[in-house]
Structures are given as structure tokens and as C-alpha cells.
Design a protein around this ligand. Structure first.
Ligand code: ADP
Ligand code: ZN
Length: 651
């Protein structure tokens, strides 16, 4: 990646003349092209035209007629070219000019005829085959010449701009958006995180005086249509700075070097108008990891563009208040170089909205339409689980169109429901919709995880439970945050707790729905790996005792690749032990779930309703259930437990 700037400098030196005089260069270039064109193609016709102009008594004749004239002895002299014959005739002393165009290329009789009639003749240079060859190749040559010319210019990124390519300013619309944070709804956390940027842009001096380093790049990560562009615009709008917006894919064009040059121009312009926001949508189009497989074509171009982007971001000092916001829905494929310090070292998650978020978004978008008083947005929000902001905006608009078609004065609930249905029909193909059954399964599954996490000592407590699909694969998630950070050691009971929590999902489906789904596959895999590691890597079981059977990998869940150091027989024993222990824990988990069925039902109900439960609420539900049933609290994370822990730590 490091040679390409060098390449550029070499080319710069070679083309100094053209680069410094772009207009002149273009003029010269055009003249040369025109001359070539005239010399080759224009040849025949040009001559004909000249003849026409000079002699008023010029007659256009057919080739056969001219031949007859020669035979009749009415021609004195002839000029032959591959495409035109010009003949001077003598009509009783009066000079006449005959011109025959579109002559046959090969006429073996012509020259003998002229000799026979003693006509003076001469051939005009045209080199039949050569000119034909050239005229055939000419279009290709011209195209090639233009292409090379443009490519070189683009690489240098000179101003001027031929055909509007190369001058990024023409393609990049710097606007001053009217968008405000209020227009972006349902993504509160993301909003909080970018609010700081507004301050940087508004009062850059403040930060500079303090010597603070203003962040250069922020990566907005999230599924399509969740409002990343909108959020970036709102930042610019709130700070009232110019907003330069480009799409990553628009950088990748057919002319080599255009992308890099556009990036250069983009930054140049933004710096000129600083403070400013640069927004790069679909940054993955240029920022794809170089390791992620070379694709044919466009690769060089992409790499050049990416290098240019990195160079620009490294180039401007921390005292230039230009902040680059970039959006992607596939952060995992981005080149690591992009995420390094001083580049896009901040990431902001712009996730799909939960129930409350959808309600807010719907409200934002229904401001500009006429809604009937009867419309219940809560129902609409509830029926649109899994949809992003853009989908919701579409639904409102679609409903307005439907109402209009039916000649209604206001949008009614039925229009909205119809619009939702249409949205889902479109989405079903993309497999984004979670249907009611799936929602129910996921609700119980996640509730199972959450309950076990709260009741098991050594497990990390629940921060948030959600049934909103997150990216590909996971239909829901239970978020656990460890109490203490940077823990490298885990005790046996913590590993066991992890297994128990993982089993909670599947067990809940089993107990409450009487049927199990494929959703627990990943959980079970992880649980199995932990047990196996406990036995064979950490020496935590009776099967192998302290004998370590596999060379440890670097992490707890690394598993898999460890070198086996034991016999088949031992392997069988281990497998047996793993299965036995899994079964044992599974039974235990099911027993607990049965005891706490009321709490699970309650959690699942809330989840189905609002899709997200905070950790506090989970604990509240469990505690209430225990009280109602006169049970001794088994909550593992109550204050008492924490106090005990603290005392233990102090002593
Ligand atoms: P992304 O850039 O994440 O793909 P956009 O910002 O382009 O999504 O969203 C497209 C449109 O959808 C926005 O212009 C807006 O009308 C609507 N929209 C998306 N998310 C939100 C949101 N969180 N709040 C309000 N409107 C939204
Ligand atoms: Zn699970």
C-alpha cells in the first residue's frame, strides 16, 4: 500500500508540463486528434469539397460516367486518390472539372484505359490499405488516447475538469442541512454519542486552546435505513456547518485514479470550508478489508481510493475541525487500517428501534401528514417489530397514498395497517420479519437466559434483554456486563454459571413451549465447549483429575483447535462426561425454570409487549414473584451478596 504515493510522484514529474497547464494540454490534445482525423478520414471528402469550391464548372459524376467520358476522349488529365477521382475535361476549349466519388476500390481496367487514351494522370498519396487500416483503428486509438489522458489527469487530480469528471466539487453537494436532532428518533444512545461532535464543530477554538484532540472519524454502524445518514445530517444541521456527502460506491468508477482524486478534492474543499462534516455512506465499498479476498477488477482502484482516504485523514492536523462520519452495515469487513487511532477510532451503533423508538419515529413522520384522531400509533408501533426508521417513514407515506387513492380526507388506521402489510410482504423475501410465533419463542428463550443469570451465583448479571433481531442470525439477545472489568481468571463456579445461563434459553423453550427450536444451537455449542475445556484443559473434573489433556489455547472459549494429547479411550470418557454433565445441568435448569414459571411468563409477556427489558426490571419481576409465593430469594446479585463479596475482598 505504500508504493502508490511514490508512483504518483513519479508520474507527476513525468507529466509536469501537462499537469501544470491542463487547459493548454487539452487544447493541444484536441488539435492533434482533429489533425489526425482530418489527415486520415477527411482526406477524400476534403479534396472533393476543395474541388467543388474552386471550380464553378465542377460536375459530380458517377464513376461509370466518368469512365465513359474517358473512353470518349473527353478527359485530358486525371488525379486519382483511393476515394475520389478528379478529372479535367475539355469541352471545345472550355475546361470542365469532373469529380467522381464513391469509386470502386479495385478497378484494374482504369489505368490501362487512361494509358490507352493518352490521358495525363497522377495518383495522390493515400496509400489505400494503410489508410483503410488507420481508419479502422482510429476510433479505438482516439478512445484509448482520451482514456489515458483522462486517467493521468485524474490521478493528478487537477482542477479544470474535462467532461465534469475529476472535479469532485461538481459531484459533491455541500449543503447546509436543516435537519435537527429532533428529526432523528428512537436512537437515543447514538444521538448522545454524536452530540459531542456538534460542540467540537461549533467551538473548535475551545478545544484547540486546551490542546484537546478533536476526533477525526466516527463510524456509524447499523442496519440499512436506521437513520445513519439522517444522524450525520443532523450533526451538521445542529452545528450549522456544511455537509459534504458522498457514497463509497461512487468513488469506484471506471477511470483509474478518479476515486483517489475525488477523495483529495473532497477533503480539500471541506478544509476550505471548515468547520465541516464529511459523510461517506457505504464506506465498505472502498474500505473492504484487503485481506477479504481480491475481487477481479476495480481492486486497484479501490485500494488507491482507500489509501488516499487514509492519507487525507492522517494528513489534516487535529486542529482542523473537519470531522468525517462514515456509515456501514458491515463493520466486520472493514480494513483494520481504517479503524486505527486517528482515523475511524470511534464507533457508534445505530440500531433498529425498539417499540418506544418506533413510536417516536412514527410520530416524527406523521407530523407532516393528516392523521385521523382514531389512529392508534401504539398499535402501529407494535405491529412493526424488526423494521427500521426508513421502513416506518415509508409506511406513513404509503398509507397517505392509499388514503389519497380512496379519496379520504385523513389517513385512517386501516390505511396504516394495509401499508404495514405491504411493507412486510416486501420484506418477507428478505427474511427480515419476525413473525408472532418467532417472537414468542425468542421471548421465552431470552427470559430463560435472564432468569438463570440472575439466580446463579458467578453469572454476570443481566443488563438488558431484547427480542429485537440484531444483525444476521441472532433473533434476540440477553446482554450481560461483567461487574468488574478486565477479568482474566475465571473460577470453576463462574464457568459452571456460564453453562447454566447458556442452557437456560433452550430449557425455557422446552418447558414453556414444549418444543425446541434451532435458535439455541449456538448456546449449546458454547456450553459444550466450556464443559470440555473444563475437563480437558483446566483439569476441573474427576474424569481426568489434574492431568491436563490438551494444550491450552489463549482463551476460555477458544477450544476446537487444541492439540489432543490423549488416547481414544480417554476421548470417549471425556465425551461421556461432557454429555452427563450437560444433562445434569440441563435438568437442574429445567427444575429452576419450573419453580419460577410465573416469573418467566411475566418476563416473556413484557418482552412480547415492549421487546426490551432492562436488568432492573428483570430483577424486580423475579423478586415480586418470590414474594408472592413466599419463596426465599435466590437472586444471586442482591445487595447482600455484594456486601459479602466486598467483605471477602477486603479481608
Ligand atoms: P441509513 O443511512 O441508516 O441507511 P437513512 O438515514 O438514509 O438511513 O434513513 C432514510 C430515511 O428514513 C430518513 O431520511 C428518514 O426519513 C427515515 N428514518 C430512518 N431512521 C430514522 C430515525 N431514527 N428517525 C426518524 N426518521 C428516520
Ligand atoms: Zn440463547
Amino acid at each position: 500500500m505504500n508504493n502508490s504515493p511514490n508512483n504518483n510522484t513519479n508520474q507527476n514529474n513525468n507529466n509536469n508540463f501537462f499537469n501544470n497547464n491542463p487547459l493548454l494540454a487539452f487544447a493541444l490534445f484536441s488539435i492533434v486528434i482533429i489533425l489526425i482525423f482530418k489527415a486520415v478520414v477527411g482526406d477524400g471528402e476534403g479534396l472533393g469539397n476543395m474541388v467543388n469550391k474552386q471550380a464553378s464548372a465542377t460536375k459530380q459524376v458517377a464513376y461509370s460516367d466518368l469512365k465513359s467520358l474517358i473512353k470518349e476522349g473527353k478527359i485530358v488529365s486525371v488525379k486519382l486518390t483511393p476515394t475520389v477521382i478528379e478529372a479535367i475535361g475539355d469541352d471545345n476549349g472550355r475546361k470542365l472539372r469532373y469529380v467522381a466519388q464513391n469509386i470502386p476500390t479495385i478497378d484494374k481496367e482504369m489505368v490501362p484505359l487512361l494509358e490507352e487514351k493518352k490521358v495525363q494522370f497522377e495518383g495522390v498519396m493515400g496509400g489505400g490499405w494503410l489508410s483503410e487500416l488507420i481508419s479502422m483503428m482510429l476510433p479505438i486509438l482516439i478512445f484509448f488516447a482520451i482514456w489515458i489522458f483522462l486517467a493521468k489527469r485524474m490521478q493528478k487530480g487537477m482542477g479544470g475538469g474535462i467532461l465534469g469528471v475529476g472535479k469532485a466539487g461538481k459531484m459533491i453537494n455541500a449543503e447546509k442541512p436543516e435537519t435537527r436532532f429532533d428529526d432523528v428518533a428512537g436512537v437515543e444512545e447514538a444521538k448522545e454519542e454524536v452530540k459531542e461532535i456538534v460542540d467540537f464543530l461549533k467551538y473548535p477554538e475551545r478545544y484547540m486552546e486546551l490542546g484537546a484532540k478533536i476526533p477525526k472519524g466516527v463510524l456509524l454502524v447499523g442496519p440499512p435505513g436506521t437513520g445513519k445518514t439522517l444522524l450525520a445530517k443532523a450533526v451538521a444541521g445542529e452545528a450549522s456547518v456544511p455537509f459534504f456527502s458522498v457514497s463509497g460506491s461512487s468513488f469506484i468508477e471506471m477511470f483509474v485514479g478518479v476515486g483517489a482524486s475525488r477523495v483529495r478534492d473532497l477533503f480539500e474543499q471541506a478544509k476550505k470550508e471548515a468547520p465541516a462534516i464529511i459523510f461517506i455512506d457505504e464506506i465498505d465499498a472502498i474500505g473492504k478489508s484487503r485481506a477479504s479476498g481480491a475481487q477481479m477488477g476495480g481492486n486497484d482502484e479501490r485500494e488507491q481510493t482507500l489509501n488516499q482516504l487514509l492519507a487525507e485523514m492522517d494528513g489534516f492536523g487535529t486542529n482542523t475541525p473537519v470531522i468525517v462520519l462514515a456509515a456501514t452495515n458491515r463493520p466486520e469487513i472493514l480494513d483494520a487500517a481504517l479503524l486505527r487511532a486517528g482515523r475511524f477510532d470511534r464507533q457508534v451503533l445505530v440500531d433498529k428501534p425498539d417499540y418506544e423508538g418506533r413510536l417516536k419515529i412514527l410520530k416524527v413522520h406523521s407530523k407532516d401528514v393528516k392523521l385521523s384522531d382514531q389512529v392508534d400509533m401504539a398499535i402501529i408501533a407494535k405491529s412493526t417489530a424488526g423494521l427500521a426508521g426508513a421502513d416506518l417513514a415509508n409506511i406513513i407515506n404509503e398509507a397517505a397514498l392509499l388514503a389519497g387513492r380512496l379519496n379520504k380526507q385523513e389517513i385512517e388506521q386501516s390505511d396504516l395497517m394495509e401499508a404495514i402489510e405491504r411493507a412486510f410482504v416486501g420484506l418477507e423475501k428478505k427474511n427480515r420479519k419476525i413473525n408472532e410465533l418467532e417472537k414468542k419463542i425468542v421471548s421465552y428463550h431470552e427470559s430463560g437466559h435472564a432468569l438463570m443469570a440472575e439466580l446463579t451465583e458467578g453469572a454476570t448479571r443481566v443488563t438488558k434483554v431484547s427480542i429485537i433481531p440484531r444483525g444476521l442470525g441472532a433473533l434476540g439477545y440477553t446482554l450481560h456486563l461483567p461487574d468488574e472489568e478486565n477479568r482474566f481468571l475465571k473460577q470453576k463456579h463462574e464457568l459452571l454459571a456460564e453453562i447454566i445461563v447458556l442452557l437456560g434459553g433452550r430449557a425455557a423453550e422446552d418447558v414453556f413451549l414444549g418444543e425446541i427450536s434451532t435458535g439455541a444451537g449456538n448456546d449449546l455449542q458454547r456450553a459444550t465447549t466450556i464443559i470440555k475445556d473444563m475437563i480437558s484443559v483446566y483439569g476441573m473434573s474427576d474424569v481426568a483429575g489434574l492431568m491436563v489433556l490438551e494444550k491450552s489455547q489463549n482463551s476460555f472459549l477458544g477450544g476446537g483447535m487444541a492439540q489432543k494429547d490423549y488416547s481414544e479411550k480417554t476421548a470417549e470418557k471425556i465425551d461421556e462426561a461432557v454429555k452427563m454433565q450437560l444433562d445434569e445441568y440441563y435438568a437442574l435448569v429445567k427444575k429452576t425454570l419450573n419453580e419460577y414459571s410465573g416469573a418467566i411468563e411475566e418476563m416473556a409477556k413484557v418482552l412480547l409487549d415492549v421487546e426490551v427489558i432492562e436488568g432492573e426490571k428483570v430483577r424486580e419481576i423475579i423478586e415480586n414473584f418470590e414474594k408472592e409465593n413466599g419463596m426465599k430469594s435466590r437472586l444471586a446479585h442482591t445487595k447482600k451478596v455484594e456486601q459479602e463479596k466486598e467483605e471477602a475482598n477486603h479481608s
